[in-house]
Ligand binder design. Structure first.
Ligand code: FEO
Length: 411
């Protein structure tokens, strides 16, 4: 039924598309779906690299048999145990009872815990190899990219890297699987959203993994989500993007995020944005936290160097959706940003102080004083808001590096 898709000599794509789920991890919207990628190496010995979400076991099986027919699978390499990739393992073992499951110490623990599997398990260490015939599998342990057991598998004879979640993206594979068969640009925004939301907390482990992989020659990148990258320029782009994002570096642009009950904080956001635009800053993205999904806000915060957050005082605290955003940013250790804040209150000014404390804890470079409106807009508040927009635009356009906790700006 399926035509085998050979992505490198003896290496086949056997992944699936999910256009059904609304939410990845039951949290993150999937407007363009997601693919769960798995790969099959049909050498003298056969090896499957990862499985797919359990909902797609049947399609997965048909793709495997389109390559192997009745031949058995000798090895299952488990690069990552999150159930979007391990969900078909128990089912696979029922179909191929002799299959040997390859993983590291953390994998073995999870195989037992999730699926009660303890038999036919092959324990490997970092940098161990496994020969399949013409191809060798070399295992690189890359803990916390995205879970502690995560590893990558490299085939030196094909210069092919099976990278688990690294270099992955949301978005299904609509016909084409290889980067040569698609329009790669359409995945960029979803790749940043995927990174920011799923991997964003693990910048330091991603950097460690990139350094570990830096010595190997890679001609093909096979992630567990999204296209297979085969073109030098595309591989460089996705590796550079992951490198940039994991160092919390960002493009010159500004994200203005605000909560607003009755439009007062929103007025400040509008004034600040138009003032920044007047300075020539073209990349400005605004999010009303009550409407934008947090995953889109996180994507843009990871993408751009400037961040302004506005909140009314609510129950003597931050507006709840703003508070939730700050928690998401802190849990991802977001740093290296030019930051400003603004807000409104009626009888007690609490939000601006809490936003300033957040900036200090995050070691952002503070731009200007918090701009605060009591009850309604006054001309001096308008002036302060315009000044904040001007200052942060200048800072972003200057190309200056962020100075952590610097506050000597635009007073
Ligand atoms: Fe695609 Fe961390 O699972």
């Amino acid at each position: 039924m399926y035509k085998p898709l050979e992505i490198a000599k003896d290496i086949f794509y056997v992944g699936v598309n999910d256009r059904t789920k609304h939410l990845f991890e039951n949290l993150w919207p999937l407007p363009y779906g997601v693919s769960y990628n798995a790969y099959l190496i049909a050498d003298e010995k056969t090896a499957l690299i990862d499985t797919v979400d359990g909902c797609y076991s049947d399609v997965f099986f048909h793709k495997i048999t389109s390559v192997l027919g009745d031949k058995p699978i000798d090895y299952l390499i488990v690069n990552h145990m999150e159930p979007d990739h391990s969900g078909s393992i128990a089912w696979l073992v029922s179909k191929y009872p002799e299959i040997r499951i390859v993983g590291n110490k953390r994998t073995v623990d999870m195989l037992k815990g999730f699926y009660g599997i303890t038999d036919n398990v092959v324990l490997i260490q970092d940098m161990d190899t496994l020969c399949l015939g013409n191809c060798t599998l070399q295992f690189y342990l890359t803990p916390m990219v995205h879970w502690p057991e995560t590893m990558m598998t490299y085939v030196p004879e094909r210069k092919t890297l099976f990278s688990a979640d690294a270099f992955g993206t949301f978005g299904t594979l609509d016909g084409g699987v290889l980067d040569t068969q698609i329009t790669p640009e359409k995945y960029r925004s979803e790749m940043i959203r995927y990174y920011a939301n799923i991997v964003g907390k693990f910048g330091s482990p991603v950097q460690t993994a990139l350094k570990k992989l830096s010595g190997i020659k890679i001609d093909v990148v096979c992630s567990t989500h999204g296209p297979v990258w085969t073109q030098k320029t595309h591989i460089a782009e996705v590796v550079n993007l992951y490198d940039q994002l994991s160092r919390y570096e960002a493009d010159p642009g500004l994200v203005i995020v605000y909560g607003s009950m009755y439009g007062h904080t929103e007025q400040l956001a509008e004034i600040i944005a138009s003032s920044a635009a007047e300075q020539g800053l073209r990349k400005i993205v605004m999010h009303n936290v009550s409407k934008s999904h947090a995953s889109d806000v996180l994507r843009d915060v990871f993408a751009y160097k400037g961040l302004l957050i506005g909140s009314p005082t609510y129950n003597n605290k931050l507006y709840p959706a703003v508070e939730s955003l700050l928690s998401a940013l802190q849990s991802r250790y977001v740093k290296n940003r030019f930051f400003g804040c603004f807000g409104s209150f009626t009888w007690s000014d609490a939000s601006a102080k809490q936003l300033a404390a957040f900036a200090e804890a995050s070691e952002f470079e503070m731009i200007g004083e918090p701009v605060v409106m009591k009850q309604a807009m006054l001309s001096e508040v308008t002036e302060k808001a315009r000044n904040l927009g001007q200052c942060i635009a200048h800072k972003i356009l200057s190309g200056a590096e962020v100075v952590p906790n610097n506050t000597a700006n635009c007073h």
